[in-house]
Design a binder for this molecule. Structure first.
Ligand code: GDP
Length: 137
């Protein structure tokens, strides 16, 4: 069993897409092991996306990520990282496959509704960033 971090980004929460995303997670047999609604500070968003600090979109991305509440979740399943990323679709919704969350709902390369860890090491860092052991079932 593998765990991954999922985030419903501020655009997804403000547009009323929490239920839509969670239905897809449950239909795809990923188990929710932890979940909460939070609003990150700018510093917390910068810490979360530290790997992207040299990217030209870092300022904009971290402003966006702390612009409103997000739902953070730990998902578990067999190789959970890949099925969750498959459900999300490509970073740019214009390149995302039919039936993916980003293809169906994203409006912008940045405002792309959801986040998912991309590797086991990032999943360990990202799940630990938001949840301690007591907050996971
Ligand atoms: P992901 O793993 O598919 O989320 O993509 P990345 O790790 O490459 O990028 C992290 C997040 O930064 C993406 O989900 C987008 O919200 C944002 N992002 C990526 N590329 C761009 C870009 O070219 N411009 C802007 N404004 N945001 C971007």
């Amino acid at each position: 069993m593998e765990q991954t971090l999922a985030i419903i980004k501020p655009d997804g929460v403000s547009r009323g897409l929490i239920g839509e995303v969670i239905i897809r997670i449950e239909r795809n047999k990923l188990k929710i092991k932890a979940m909460k609604l939070i609003q990150m500070s700018k510093t917390q968003a910068q810490g979360f996306y530290a790997v992207h600090r040299e990217r030209p979109f870092f300022q904009s991305l971290t402003d966006f990520m702390c612009s409103g509440p997000v739902v953070v979740m730990v998902l578990e399943g067999e190789n959970a990282i890949k099925p969750w990323r498959d459900m999300m679709g490509a970073t740019n919704y214009k390149d995302a496959a039919e039936g993916t969350i980003r293809r169906d709902f994203a409006t912008d390369i940045e405002k792309n509704v959801v986040h998912g860890s991309d590797a086991p090491e990032t999943a360990a860092f990202e799940t630990g960033y938001f949840f301690n052991a007591l907050e996971r079932v």
